[in-house]
Write a protein that binds this ligand. Sequence first.
Ligand code: 13P
Length: 252
Amino acid sequence: MRKIIIAGNWKLNKTPREAAVLVEELKREVLDIESVDIVVCPPFTALDEVSDIVLDTNIFLGAQNVYWQDNGAFTGEVSAPMLKDLGVKYVIIGHSERRQYFGETDETVNKRLRAALTHGLTPLVCIGENLAEREANKTFDVIRQQCQGSFANLTDQEMQKIVLAYEPVWAIGTGKTATPAQAQEVHAFIRQLLGKLFNSQTAQWVRIQYGGSVTPENIAALIAQPDIDGALVGGASLKAPSFAAIVKAAKK
Ligand code: 13P
């Protein structure tokens, strides 16, 4: 059985003080939930503050990116050992916004996830097609290419430590959620593809989150699909009541 995982991607939002208020409230709202892995991914500047608050709770700390070198002359970057030291357990890698605005490629995703795995961080790797690709019937080609590139040269054991997030770009921040059937179709394709790139046990083991306009209202129908194992939530993770409602509704 794959355990449900709900992660909040706060993107470029919340000062350390605002983050503390949000996560204090969230902590109270999800106190008794053990059947779901709950992750919050604040910006780097709020990680330290949030880390103290979630210590010894059922909320895990995640970062939104990681560089592949441990240290050195790489101005502006943050490394896996730095994140580990702050109590970070998960790291989002290859989000479509990073691909779109910051030159992220499948190759750099591969480097980042290697660094994360080396240091015992769990990568949340994002993949997904944009609107033009979907309309041109290229969704499966795009997904195949992203998986082949991002997961190149990984062993089955390494792949089993990764969480995937299928985030159709056209559904992110648009209020246009993929229908449960649309999402399930791609999730099933991803799992089948993993079965070809890796062994069948790995394909069954890996958790695949859906992301893109997830709300307390639509999460139940998404999570009811056999290959949807959680959600990566943007906008609705910025308020404790809505994120907590998503976590509660995701308990299968
Ligand atoms: P929204 O939930 O705001 O659409 O964002 C999704 C997302 O990009 C999560 O990583």
